[in-house]
Ligand binder design. Structure first.
Ligand code: IMP
Length: 177
């Protein structure tokens, strides 16, 4: 069995346009604030990098955390491990978690609860992709780039077994005999 990446579900141009729109919405919502954007590694690295470049004069601080991934599997185990935590103290801050995709919701639910316990001034979630029909737990997602069908996707930061993150668009990955 091998894997094949087919044509783009979301083109680089469509990503660029939507990310710009999201950034404008976020910029308006956080006007007068100094938010802390927390990128969830590794999948959000391109999305976050593109997003923050459209924030103009917003006084944003940027941090990262890393959580355990699926490894070689394409299903979430439901167990989330923090591999690297943020270094900016988030108590009293306006925190925006930035994630590549919400699937079952287990990862973001875990992070939501963890960050709430740290008493931020506000907490919101921004995801590039939402596989809504796969949701197992409720999680409040405030900003969504695109809703996508229940298929495994790669590119623009998202991987399959650490591969394909570099693709400039979002593509389906399929198994081949
Ligand atoms: P959840 O905990 O099931 O919501 O899964 C969230 C994490 O699973 C994301 O941060 C991704 O790392 C990974 N993931 C879920 N679906 C996909 C996909 O289609 N492609 C690549 N990674 C995915």
């Amino acid at each position: 069995m091998s894997r094949k990446v087919s044509g783009y579900l979301i083109s680089p141009e469509a990503l660029h346009e939507r990310v710009k729109e999201l950034a404008e919405e976020i910029r308006r919502d956080y006007t007068g604030r100094s938010p802390v954007f927390v990128g969830v590694l590794k999948g959000s690295f391109i999305f976050l990098a593109d997003l923050v470049r459209h924030l103009g004069d917003l006084d944003v601080r940027i941090d990262f955390l890393a959580v355990s991934s699926y490894g070689m599997a394409t299903e979430s185990s439901g167990e989330v491990q923090i591999l690297k935590d943020v270094t900016i103290p988030v108590e009293g801050e306006d925190v925006l978690l930035v994630e590549d995709i919400v699937d079952t919701g287990l990862t973001l639910k875990y992070l939501w609860d963890l960050f709430q316990q740290r008493h931020p001034r506000s907490l919101r979630i921004c995801v590039l992709l939402d596989k809504k029909e796969r949701r197992v737990v409720e999680v409040p997602v405030h900003y969504v780039g695109f809703e996508i069908p229940d298929r495994f996707v790669v590119g623009y930061g998202l991987d399959w077994a650490e591969r394909y993150r570099h693709l400039p668009g979002i593509a389906f990955v399929e198994e081949e005999e």
